[in-house]
Ligand binder design. Structure first.
Ligand code: PEP
Ligand code: MG
Length: 941
């Protein structure tokens, strides 16, 4: 049927007859796989319709239309789009048996955003579009439910007013609250028709006052404005912030589609309801229907957390037949999508509709469990189970939990909405959270409920606490996606943003007070509660075992002590790729010996100190080798400049000033004692204690001499640029006795293990090598010590000798180095500094953030391997090295060894292993499997 509105629009739209690109696709025709064109939601609505789910009729306006519109300086939709919209509206009218703008039998639609990647709540949506004064009366006549219709009307005016016409939300909220107060009503549901009528009229007045024009009555004008508003929301602040935070590039999602869908109502009475559900529990991964619903309510009520909804399991009692249909829907969805789904449903007068579905966002625990269970249920293959989990996500599993021994009583309880525990200072709005979080404070964002515009506060907070809303409220969904703890709907908390406080019964929490939230139980505590390390679940063990079976790269850990080695083993490390021996020197029982060694002025003096260090190092190596047996352990000879073991010059000067003062005071007190004795004014037997006697003064003198020696040494060791100076192998060649002691300690530890029949695999690694002669010389030390031990102990030592590659010259002369080394290990921390000529500390503080902002250097090269530069050098080194020794073992032990993208590159380079800090080992194991599985896709290096 043609209304006057539609005729006008059709005339406008068809005034130019040129053929045009197709921008609009009905749900029955759109390609459900083409998310780039139709957005995730639109593509899914097409797919859902086409697999026979009960989806309300509708159509999608493509992301291409969005980009065209955003590029148009005159803010017009591209030519032909409105005509296409008209044709599809006609189809929807046919399917719904209602007509848009018809006062007798009006069709209402929702206008929803949806880009290729899900960005929950970041863009705009308008519901109940098509209502005006005339259609409102038609709807009332049709439903016989005046209250419901006015409720829909006031919601529409507010949403349209805010999103499409830019009227501030507060203006509506003030009216709404004042009418509620006047009517003496607490909950929205308690408002009568008359109240809603009054609210609607006042809302219309506010729109007119704010925009200078009456609220649009022409339904097609409403539709056109709404489509443009949704397109505009792609460039809204929240959406831009979200894309930046999650690194969503235009290749991943470019523009939003608009979905126009016939409205169905969950608020048509007690046989109607609306809800959000997951096909499995997104917090634990358990295979149960999980979700929440509200009877006689509209979808936004559940998502915004305005009323606290009921668990979906209660629907079994309330509407058993519909619960059964919901279970069937759950099965159909998983069977088709082979993935956990997060779907919205509405029951309108006893009929179940599925409004949207998307892959469920889950925390890492749930992802791991569902991955393993879906394989066991034969829903997916092992390979899919590995690939559906982003490696970085596993870091969430390493989040601490509350120490179960704590005795604190909770202040309040809400719903356990996103697991993990966090402590921080309360803040009551997102801007403050951002401000404090950025300045290094740990904060918990405490809100009545959160909205998409609070997103920057989420980024800055350790966790989120809300006093309203359920497990599918905005706060819960976003926190889960970010892997941050969240307690939602803690109704005992009254948040007062203006006074910057929250009241819980008798207690008041002020901004800045510390609280702890436990997103696994929903408890909220005052103060900071200690946390404990998480335990590996059986499912995670299984999954990582599958990963190891697939992966080509081995995953080692960087660990410097026997305790760290043991931990790394628990994370599944296949060996130690880097043991930094200098870290063993820092322990309090060793540092004084190391200082003696540094202060030594002759080789003899140095040997005395080294002979004390030898047994300590030997024992450490023995412990590490034994705990890792039969896995390889790569031990790096001393690397940092030795001044690092001495105090700083200013410290020493200050200490010397104090010591000299102390000496004066001690001498003065000593004199006083003597004088008193001469005057017989003092007990002859009383002795002045240290340091106020001769012994004391002597000790102070000794301390002064020592500190002066140290100060002189600090001066002698001074270097303008120590990181490019006397360190690594350069140091080892200057003081060969240091390296020789370390080599002896390693080989003697190996000897003792071999003698005890422990199958150990030590590897001696030389740092900072730039020239093959350096390596040849150190190898000479190794040979000499090895032969001596073998002769003395009558055995053959099994070990490897190799070098780090962390200097540019080492990369380009790798063929020469491979003559001497049995393995290479890329030290990409130093290699990155050397390649860029950036000092890491200065770069990260001073200009890398600006480089990222201006897209000069998108990623921090110290976190994500710079493939174009550092990567090229690595490739060169691997090729040169393997030309000499095709079996050359090559690994990486810089921080990049635990970063998934960098691991993928290492795989492509054909490295033997990656080595990273212990807690990143699980991430690296999964990333190594991903790299192998993605091989076919990314075969060009
Ligand atoms: C490196 O340079 O990458 C490395 C592992 O050595 P360090 O970080 O100890 O300098
Ligand atoms: Mg280094």
């Amino acid at each position: 049927m043609n209304t006057p509105d539609s005729l006008e629009l059709r005339r406008r739209a068809t005034s130019n007859e040129k053929p045009h690109q197709k921008f609009v696709f009905s749900f029955t025709e759109g390609d459900g796989k083409n998310k780039q064109l139709l957005g995730g939601k639109g593509a899914n609505l097409c797919e859902m319709t086409q697999i026979g789910l009960n989806v309300p009729p509708g159509f999608v306006i493509s992301t291409e239309a969005c980009l065209g519109y955003l590029a148009d300086p005159t803010n017009q939709l591209q030519e032909g789009i409105l005509a296409e919209v008209m044709e599809h509206m006609y189809e929807v009218e046919q399917a719904a048996e209602k007509t848009f703008g018809d006062p007798e039998n009006p069709l209402l639609v929702s206008v929803r955003s949806g880009s290729a990647l899900s960005m929950p709540g970041m863009m705009d949506t308008i519901l109940n579009l098509g209502l005006n004064k005339k259609t409102l009366q038609g709807l009332i006549a049709q439903t016989g439910n005046e209250r419901f219709c006015y409720d829909a009307y006031r919601r529409f005016i507010q949403l349209f007013g805010k999103v499409a016409l830019g009227v501030p939300d507060e203006k509506f909220d003030i009216i709404f609250e004042s009418v509620k107060q006047k009517a003496g009503v607490k909950l929205d549901i308690g408002l009568h028709t008359e109240n809603l009528k009054e609210i609607s009229q006042q809302f219309l007045d506010v729109v007119k006052e704010h925009t200078g024009k009456p609220f649009p009555e022409d339904v097609y004008a409403q539709l056109e404005i709404a489509i443009k508003a949704v397109f505009n929301s792609w460039m809204g602040k929240r959406a831009i912030d979200y894309r930046r935070e999650f690194n969503i590039t235009p290749q991943m999602a470019n523009g939003t589609a608009v979905n126009v869908v016939a409205m169905v109502f969950g608020n048509m009475g007690n046989d109607s309801a609306t809800g959000v559900a997951f096909t499995r529990d997104p917090g634990t991964g358990e295979n149960i229907l999980f979700g929440e619903y509200l009877v006689n309510a509209q979808g936004e009520d559940v998502v915004a957390g305005i009323r606290t909804p009921k668990a979906v399991s209660q629907l079994k009692d309330e509407m058993p037949a519909l619960y059964h249909q919901l279970e069937e829907l759950r099965e159909k969805l998983e069977e088709h999508y082979k993935e956990v789904q997060d779907f919205e449903f509405t029951i309108e007068k006893g009929t179940l509709y599925c409004l949207q579905t998307r892959n469920g966002k889950m925390n890492a625990t749930a992802m791991v469990r569902t991955s393993v269970e879906m394989v066991k249920e034969k829903l997916i293959a092992r390979q899919d189970a590995l690939l559906r989990l982003k490696p970085g996500m596993l870091e969430q599993l390493l989040h601490p939990r509350l120490d179960s021994l704590h005795k604190s009583q909770p202040l309040a309880q809400g719903l356990p909405a996103s697991p993990g525990a966090a402590s921080g200072q309360c803040v009551f709005d997102a801007d403050r959270a951002e401000l404090l979080g950025r300045s290094g404070h740990k904060v918990i964002l405490v809100r009545e409920e959160t909205k998409p515009e609070d997103i920057h506060g989420f980024f800055a907070s350790q966790g989120i606490l809300t006093s309203r809303g359920g497990k599918t409220s905005h706060a819960a969904v976003v926190a889960r996606g970010m892997g941050k703890p969240c307690v939602a709907g803690a109704e005992g908390i009254h948040v007062d943003v203006k006074l910057r406080q929250a009241v819980i019964g008798e207690r008041i929490l002020h901004e800045g007070d510390f609280i702890t939230i436990d997103g696994g139980t929903g408890y909220v505590y005052q103060g900071i509660i200690p946390t404990v390390e998480p335990i590996f679940s059986d499912e995670l063990k299984t999954l990582l075992q599958w990963a190891d079976e697939v992966a080509q790269l081995k995953v080692m850990a960087n660990a410097d002590t026997p305790a760290a080695a043991q931990k790394a083993l628990n994370y599944g490390a296949m060996g130690i790729g880097l043991c930094r021996t200098e870290r063993m020197f820092n322990a309090p029982d060793r540092l004084p010996i190391v200082v003696e060694m540094i202060l030594a002025t002759t080789e003899e003096e140095r040997l005395v100190a080294l002979s004390q260090l030898l047994p300590i190092q030997r024992q450490d190596f023995k412990d590490i080798l034994t705990s890792m047996a039969p896995r390889p352990v790569t031990i790096r000879l001393l690397d940092p400049p030795i001044h690092e073991f001495l105090p700083k010059e200013e410290e020493l000067r200050e200490e010397l000033v104090h010591l000299r003062h102390l000496k004066d005071t001690a001498s003065g007190v000593h004199n006083l004692f003597n004088s008193l004795r001469l005057l017989h004014a003092y007990d002859e037997n009383a002795k002045s204690p240290i340091p106020f006697n001769e012994k004391g003064i002597e000790l102070i003198d000794q301390a002064i001499v020592k500190k002066e020696q140290m100060l002189k040494k600090v001066h002698d060791l001074y270097e303008v640029n120590p990181m490019l100076g006397h360190r690594g192998v350069r140091l080892g060649l200057t003081y060969p006795e240091i390296y020789k002691m370390q080599i002896q300690a390693i080989l003697e530890a190996a000897t003792e293990c071999q003698e005890a029949n422990i199958d150990v695999r030590p590897e001696i690694m030389v740092p900072q090598v730039c020239n093959v002669e350096e390596l040849t010389t150190v190898r000479g030390y190794v040979e000499e010590i090895k032969q001596r031990i073998e002769k003395e102990r009558g055995l053959k030592l099994a070990f490897k000798f190799g070098t780090m590659i962390e200097v540019v010259r080492a990369c380009v002369t790798a063929d020469e180095l491979a003559q001497e080394a049995e393995f290479f290990s890329f030290g990409t921390n130093d290699l990155t500094q050397a390649t860029f000529s950036f000092s890491r500390e200065d770069a990260e503080n001073k200009f890398l953030p600006l480089y990222a902002e201006k897209n000069i250097l998108h990623d921090n090269p110290f976190e994500i391997l710079d493939i174009a530069g550092v990567g090229k050098l690595m490739r060169f080194a691997v090729e040169l090295g393997r030309k000499i020794n095709p079996d050359l073992k090559v690994g990486i032990c810089g921080e990049h060894g635990g970063q998934p993208d960098s691991i993928q590159f290492c795989h492509k380079l054909g490295l033997t292993y990656v080595s990273c800090s212990g807690p990143r080992v699980p991430v690296a194991r999964l990333a190594a499997a991903h790299a192998k599985l993605g091989e076919a896709k990314n075969s060009s290096l």
